[in-house]
Design a protein around this ligand. Structure first.
Ligand SMILES: Nc1ncnc2c1ncn2[C@@H]1O[C@H](COP(=O)(O)OP(=O)(O)O)[C@@H](O)[C@H]1O
Ligand SMILES: [Mg+2]
Length: 307
C-alpha cells in the first residue's frame, strides 16, 4: 500500500451541529502520513470542531473519522495521536521537567520520553525552571512536549501560535516544521497564513464549516503566473481577451502602475510576441507571486461576498 493509500487521518462526510446550528458541514478530508496539514479559516469557521472530532473529544452528528485506519470513538483519545487543543493544566510551582514527569506517570509513559520531548521542543535548558516563570511561548512548547510524550504518529495542535509574540510564533513555526521533517504527521489550525505557508506541506481552507479548498501547498497556490506591465493598458486586455480569452486572470494596479496577470509562466514568450504584433509596448514581464493570503482572500471574496 502506497503512502497515498495510507492516510493518517480521514474524515468521511463529517457534519457537526450544535443545537441545530452547523459548525461543520459535510467535510471529506485526508491527512497523509508525514505531512504537515494546516487548517486555516476565520474565527467560527469550524477548525477547532474538526480537530476535536479527530481527537475523539466531539462526536460527529453524521459521517465518520478514522485515525491510523481505525474509527475514532467518542471520549477516547485515538491510539497514536497526541493533541494540544486547550492549554494543559500544568502546576505553576513545579518545573517544566517535573510537570512532564508527573504527566508521564499518570499516562503510564516511561520517564525517558520526558527528556526526549523536552529536547524536541527545545526546552532542555529551561526544564528546571518553574512553569510560572515561563514565557507564553515556552508554556505552549511545554504543551507540545506533553502531547509528544507517548511518541504519537499524529500530532494535533489547535492555534498553537495564538497570542504569542513574534519570536514565539517563529519558534513555534520552526518547531512544527522540524516535527514534520522528523516524520510526525501534524495537523495544525491557525489564522496566521504566512506561518502556515512556511511550515505546512498541505493546506485546508475552512469557511462556514465547509472545506472549500484542500491539497498540497503547491496545488493550492497553483502554477506561477506571469505579470505584464504594458501600454496602452486597455489594448493589452483587448488583445489578450481576443487571442486567448482564458488568459487574463486579473487586471489591477499596484504601487508600480497598471498590470495584467496572465496564464502560467511558460506562456510569457508567446504573450510578449502577440502583444508586440498588436502594437502594444511591453515594458516589464515577470512572475506574479501567489501566496496563501492571495488565494485565501480570493476564495473569501468569491464565497462570502458580503463579508
Ligand atoms: N460546544 C459548542 N457548543 C455550541 N456551539 C459550538 C460549540 N463549539 C463550537 N461551536 C460553534 O461552532 C462554530 C465553529 O466553532 P469552532 O470550531 O470553534 O471554529 P474555529 O475554531 O474555526 O474558530 C461556531 O459558530 C461556534 O460558536
Ligand atoms: Mg478555534
Amino acid at each position: 500500500m502506497g503512502v497515498a493509500d495510507d492516510p493518517a487521518v480521514t474524515l468521511y462526510g463529517v457534519t457537526k451541529t450544535f443545537g441545530g446550528r452547523h459548525a461543520v458541514r459535510g467535510v471529506d478530508l485526508q491527512v497523509h502520513r508525514g505531512s504537515v496539514y494546516g487548517l486555516v479559516g476565520p474565527n467560527g469557521a469550524g477548525k477547532t470542531t474538526l480537530l476535536r472530532m479527530m481527537c475523539g473529544l466531539v462526536e460527529p452528528t453524521s459521517g465518520r473519522v478514522e485515525v491510523g485506519g481505525r474509527p475514532v470513538s467518542a471520549r477516547r483519545t485515538p491510539a497514536g495521536l497526541g493533541a494540544l487543543i486547550e492549554t494543559p493544566g500544568f502546576v505553576p510551582h513545579l518545573t517544566g521537567r517535573e510537570n512532564l514527569r508527573h504527566l508521564a506517570r499518570v499516562r503510564g509513559v516511561d520517564a525517558g520520553s520526558v527528556e526526549r520531548s523536552l529536547g524536541q521542543v527545545v526546552l532542555l535548558d529551561r526544564a528546571d525552571d518553574r512553569y510560572r516563570t515561563y514565557s507564553l511561548g515556552m508554556k505552549q512548547r511545554l504543551g507540545v512536549a506533553a502531547a509528544l510524550l507517548s511518541e504519537p504518529a499524529v500530532l494535533v495542535l489547535d492555534e498553537p501560535s495564538n497570542g504569542l509574540v513574534p519570536t514565539g510564533v517563529e519558534e513555534m513555526t520552526a518547531l512544527i516544521g522540524q516535527l514534520g521533517r522528523a516524520n510526525v504527521t501534524v495537523v495544525v489550525s491557525s489564522h496566521a497564513l504566512a506561518d502556515v505557508e512556511e511550515c505546512c506541506t498541505h493546506v485546508g481552507i475552512v469557511l462556514g464549516g465547509r472545506l472549500v479548498a484542500d491539497g498540497s501547498l503547491a496545488d493550492i497556490l497553483g502554477p506561477a503566473r506571469v505579470r505584464l506591465r504594458a501600454s496602452p493598458h486597455g489594448r493589452v486586455a483587448r488583445v489578450l481577451g481576443r487571442t486567448h480569452p482564458a488568459v487574463v486572470l486579473k487586471q489591477g494596479r499596484d504601487e508600480r502602475g497598471l498590470f495584467v496577470d496572465a496564464a502560467d509562466e511558460s506562456s510569457a514568450p508567446w504573450l510578449v510576441q502577440s502583444l508586440g504584433e498588436a502594437g502594444v509596448d511591453v515594458w516589464e514581464v515577470g512572475p506574479a507571486r501567489r501566496n496563501l493570503r492571495t488565494v485565501y482572500d480570493e476564495l473569501r471574496r468569491t464565497l462570502c461576498p458580503t463579508r
